[in-house]
Design a protein around this ligand. Structure first.
Ligand SMILES: CCC1=C(C)/C(=C/C2=NC(=C\c3[nH]c(/C=C4\NC(=O)[C@H](C)[C@H]4CC)c(C)c3CCC(=O)O)/C(CCC(=O)O)=C2C)NC1=O
Length: 184
C-alpha cells in the first residue's frame, strides 16, 4: 500500500533517479492543501451511512427486480451483503482520498472483486449504478453543493470553508471511476 509520499519514492527508484523538483513541489502542494483534503474525507466519512443507503435505495428503485425472488438483493441476507459492500467501497475510496493514492483501494478492495461478483451472480450494471450515485452524492458533500430538494429530511450541509475544491473533487471522482472500471 502506497501514499503520495511513498509513491513518489517508488517511482523515482524505479527509474534510478533522485526525487525531482516537480516531485517535491507536488508533495509540498499535498501538504499545503492537507486541511482541504481532510475536510473532503470528512465530508464523505461523516455522511457515509446516508450516502450508502441512498445509493442502494436508488439502485433498487430503478430496478425493482433486485428485491424480488431471483434478484441479487433478495432475500434480506443478500440485501445486507449489498449494503455492506457499498459501505466497503465507499470506505476504501476515503482511504485512497486521504492517502492521495489509489493503491489501498486497488489492492485491498478491487483486486478480484469482478471475479467474485461474477461467481456469485452479483449484477455489474446495478453495482456500477450504486457506485455512480455514491459518487454524485459524495462529490456534492465535498463541495457543499447538496440541495434540500435532493436530500429531503436527511439534508445536511457540511459548512466547510468555501474555496477551490476542483482538484480534490476530480481526484475523488477518479477513485469512484476506478471502482466502476474495475467492475466493468
Ligand atoms: C475487503 C473488501 C471486500 C469486498 C469488496 C467484499 C465483497 C464481497 N461481496 C460478497 C457478496 C455479495 N455482494 C452483494 C452485493 C450486491 N448485490 C446486488 O444485487 C447489488 C448490485 C450489490 C450491492 C450494491 C451480494 C448480494 C452478495 C451476496 C451474494 C450471495 O451470497 O449470493 C462477497 C462474498 C462473501 C460474502 O457474502 O460476504 C464478497 C467477498 N468482501 C470484502 O471483504
Amino acid at each position: 500500500m502506497l501514499d503520495a509520499f511513498s509513491r513518489a519514492v517508488v517511482s523515482a527508484d524505479a527509474s534510478t533517479s533522485v526525487l525531482s523538483g516537480a516531485d517535491i513541489s507536488s508533495l509540498k502542494g499535498f501538504l499545503a492543501e492537507g486541511n482541504k483534503r481532510l475536510d473532503a474525507v470528512n465530508a464523505i466519512a461523516s455522511n457515509a451511512s446516508c450516502i450508502v443507503s441512498d445509493a442502494v435505495a436508488g439502485m433498487i428503485c430503478e430496478n425493482q427486480g433486485l428485491i424480488q425472488a431471483g434478484g441479487n438483493c433478495y432475500p434480506n441476507r443478500r440485501m445486507a451483503a449489498c449494503l455492506r459492500d457499498a459501505e466497503i467501497v465507499l470506505r476504501y475510496v476515503t482511504y485512497a482520498l486521504l492517502s492521495g493514492d489509489a493503491s489501498v483501494l486497488d489492492d485491498r478492495c478491487l483486486n478480484g472483486l469482478k471475479e467474485t461478483y461474477a461467481a456469485l451472480g452479483v449484477p455489474t450494471t446495478s453495482t456500477v449504478r450504486a457506485v455512480q450515485i455514491m459518487k454524485a452524492s459524495s462529490l456534492a458533500h465535498i463541495n457543499d453543493s447538496n440541495t434540500e430538494a435532493n436530500g429531503g429530511k436527511r439534508f445536511r450541509k457540511m459548512g466547510s470553508p468555501q474555496g477551490d475544491c476542483s482538484a480534490l473533487t476530480s481526484e475523488a471522482a477518479s477513485y469512484f471511476d476506478r471502482v466502476i472500471s474495475a467492475l466493468s
